[in-house]
Design a binder for this molecule. Structure first.
Ligand SMILES: [Zn+2]
Length: 114
């Protein structure tokens, strides 16, 4: 299945190919206010349709994760970083067209306690 996603205004657009299963909702100080529902994938996904340089990026704590967001509309469709030496992406499935969050299996992650 190929999903199309991006921000609200279209400055960030991409495709993601894969089977959308369990997604992660985290209660940490960063994920909770943004409302992320995250799908972890290899960094080859998402495949960008717009220039990476058009995104703004927020880093905090150890600065290992690049949380991308749109400088125009503010929507934050994905992040990337490394896990066990592998480049990974975390796609916010709320930003994928045609995905209904209430139909998903959501795992609660207690990031606040990490
Ligand atoms: Zn935008």
């Amino acid at each position: 299945m190929i999903y199309e996603g991006g921000c609200h205004c279209g400055r960030i657009a991409f495709e993601v190919e894969g089977e959308l299963g369990l997604v992660n909702e985290c209660n940490c100080s960063h994920c909770r206010p943004k409302g992320y529902l995250l799908w972890f994938l290899p960094r080859e996904q998402p495949r960008m349709a717009t220039p990476e340089a058009d995104m703004s990026t927020y880093r905090f704590n150890k600065h290992q994760i690049a949380h991308h967001f749109c400088p125009v509309c503010g929507v934050a469709p994905f992040a990337d970083g490394e896990q066990d030496g592998k480049k990974m992406a975390a796609v916010n499935v709320r930003c994928l067209h045609g995905v209904e969050p209430s139909q998903l299996e959501i795992r609660q992650v207690d990031g606040r306690s990490f």
